[in-house]
Design a protein around this ligand. Sequence first.
Ligand code: GDP
Ligand code: MG
Length: 438
Amino acid sequence: LAERLQHTIDKMKSRGKVTEKDVKEMMREVRLALLEADVNFKVVKKFVNDVKERAVGQEVMKSLTPGQQVIKVVNDELTKLMGGEQSKIAHAQKPPTVVMMVGLQGAGKTTTTAKLANHLRKHHNRQPMMVACDIYRPAAIDQLETLGKELNMPVFSMGDKEKAVNIATKAIEQAKEDHRDYVLIDTAGRLHVDEALMNELVEIKEAVNPDEILLVVDAMTGQDAVNVAESFHESLGITGVVLTKLDGDTRGGAALSVKAVTGTPIKFAGMGEKIDQLEPFHPDRMASRILGMGDVLSLIEKAQTSVDETRARELEEKMRTADITFDDFLEQLAQVRNMGPLDELLAMIPGANKKLLKNVQVDESHIGRIEAIVRSMTSEEKQNPSILNASRKRRIAKGSGTSIQDVNRLLKQFEEMKKMMKQMTSMQKGKKKRKGGF
Ligand code: GDP
Ligand code: MG
């Protein structure tokens, strides 16, 4: 599908404003991409309609095609929908901060409790305590205690005979005594949402007044995630979501659905079974993943942040006439540093031929050396490399700490690049004639 999206983007080469036709064509693909990522269909419908309205009539950025521009809008809106900025875990004025972990059985509550404890200690310098409140599942308490030992982190438990609400209440007293500043309560889950489960959770909530109720959702559950999130939110009023098992091959459409129905942010993502595989959730990265076109999106982002629009236009003009100098080359290298491979940069320039681009590969590990060589040239040499005789080359090699071979290689590369640009430009002209301009 990502390929089809790219194809649709490629087809739209006209410039200027985004037209209704551009948007319609793109949004058909986007809709499919979202459904394929398991985003709830109602969420998809609303989203697609919202974005359509926003995208039509937009100015197309110089470095993008209308197709890419629409994708940019889609990506921006997806990111916004998932919370925009990254969102942090609560921190109570008066310690301890109480966090309740809730969710269905097998979602990853116990694992995430330990991961979160580890994260808080490692990255926030906190001293958490974990509480074993799952008294129903055999071995659930053992599981948490084993994780606690592994982390060398205290686990409060009273076995499986005491009521969960009493365990939670006692745990908080203990945490205060021991000066633990976070209390993470691991609760029981069921295979399906049921009343008894909810009642118990509500009871705990009322007793401990948590600062944060995190719903742990298995990203693989797809469409089902919506119903789960809805009922937990309705009964408990969750404050955030942890999406687990994102290391699987799911595109993670659940993220979008869950955020859409609860309105609460996704705070963390589980990226594996190991204890350190928990990451703060990044809405922008998730948006790319859901769309399934990370490459296109990162390119758009790079284009946006690194290329000065007017400068890009000048460069395009220079390429047209193949009138590029070493000064331009140096400047380009600086941009390449910010943007990634030169061939990708060139590929973004409309009219660039992908097959030709395969021949101009700049090995990035050599960029530093290339820079040094160009900087060792006089401005006359930079403008007019043909004056570079053996003794000049020797001087440059010495000045840049490279060898004459390096200098020669660069000169050759530069010539090839110019040649390629000329070819590209004449091809573009040819196309123009056939099509009568574009
Ligand atoms: P609970 O019933 O909600 O407490 O779920 P558990 O914490 O016991 O986790 C259920 C299973 O999911 C265990 O085998 C975990 O190792 C696994 N698990 C939890 N989080 C992740 C994750 O982010 N990635 C992967 N691959 N597995 C996970
Ligand atoms: Mg558990």
